[in-house]
Ligand binder design. Sequence first.
Ligand code: GLC
Ligand code: CA
Length: 557
Amino acid sequence: MNKTWWKEAVIYQIYPRSFMDSNGDGIGDLKGITSRLDYLKYLGIDVIWLSPVYKSPNDDNGYDISDYQAIMDEFGTMEDFDEMLAAAHERGIRIVMDLVVNHTSDEHKWFMESRKSKDNPYRDYYIWREGKDAQTPPNNWGAWFGGSAWQYDEQAGMYYLHLFSKKQPDLNWDNPQVRKEVFDMMTWWCDKGIDGFRMDVISLISKTKEMPDGEINGLYGDFAPYCIHGPNVHTYLQEMNEKVLSKYDIMTVGETAGVTAELAKQYAGEDTHELNMVFQFEHVEGPGSGKYGKWTDQQIPLIKLKKIMSHWQTELHGKAWNSLFWDNHDQPRAVSNFGNDQPQYREASAKMLATCLHMQQGTPYVYQGEELGMTNYPFQSPEDFRDIESINAYKEWCTDGRVSHEDFWPCIIFKSRDNARTPVQWDDSDQAGFTTGTPWIAVNPNYKEINAKAETADPNSVFHYYKKLIALRKENPIMVYGSYELLLEDSEELFVYTRTLENEKLLVVCSFCDHETAFTIPEEFVGTSCLISNMENGYDKAEMTLKPYEAFVLIKK
Ligand code: GLC
Ligand code: CA
């Protein structure tokens, strides 16, 4: 297996709107990020993945881009960007940009031209179709954020495809001119000195030529078979690799909705010349997996979680590279979704989850605030939502009367993306030190207990535990390169595995339950040393009792 810096790195995701506000307008910005780089340096991360900072009307918080080579007004200027990049590089921190090129904003120049007329040079930049008739869209596909995936455009006199909101028209990747524009833009950013790309919904860029009705699932037809892993997706990624990526020492991670471990070997194979790694979603579950679409109030059962993660671990080993994450800006908070956010268990379970993830093979991603054990937000009413997906879903499921508020509410508040988007809790002052003004989305009321200031000062905090895990990775190549084996696959309480590299071996033991559990340390590990643990406990005898959410790692040399 090739050794590379991005396999050894730990990545920290910043959602700029909610990270740090420097000017009191309630919105996080680039200067705010620059002011917190020392904190990230202290945590020990190597790379920042920056969610979109480009010019955008913010229908989907920057994932609707109207100019790829300009900075969003609210976030600052290109000068602020250059300053931030230089300041990060001075600290040895790389910056990976979000690349959102499945779609643009409908306010992008290309789209405004495209809709003007059939012979406009930009017409074919997007996907236009005639309706079945004057009132009926070309097919029955539903958009990810609700409603039809087709929007009739008065000016164009035709429908355009949008897999997300109607302000996010899909680009037509079959047009070589579109690919050239995208590759030129990427080259421009690489020449500026950025260190890679996280590619938004990149598995959706190639659509089938025929666009038949999809299988009805809820109110609309499913576009997935016609748009996910479409006919040319690998050809286009290889072309991107040849024309842009291969020319720079950068890293790439594809957000690949619908990906399986088998497909990941193509997207992110050691020698397939596409991407370095992909994000898969099997363990965080997606559309159709919950009670109502993606909406559910249930955690994934541990046996299922272990099965999914272990499959990825063993399938990709030596062939492709994993990325490891519990949460991001589209997911609930890790500790709430996979651990236990009740005050008596929050810290232990946050540390346990970190252990479980960082000891696996792959590049770990830490989402802002995860290192503090930040929790889901106690939403009280639909008015609390800011996210287009949550707002539209509430309307489609509840306001329009398909399910009752009582049934739906626990599900939407458990899974809402806004859980991840409340401001980072920096200290116990007003608005958690995020802003001196009124934040664009409410601060979680638990900021007095959970905040960076308190946790950096407390050596037993979740923060210091992450810091230690990140440091251990630098000293123990086995964490990066060792092979993986799952033990106790039928246990509903424990996630136990080993890693092996040459004559070293790690035993990783994580309790996912809120009560004590008996555990027998395998003989070969009895008397070995403990690399990290989230409890005071002894590991020198085979028979032991694990405390709720206990995690420890033994190393045999
Ligand atoms: C990705 C992003 C998400 C966004 C969507 C549309 O899934 O992570 O935040 O809403 O793509 O761009
Ligand atoms: Ca601001």
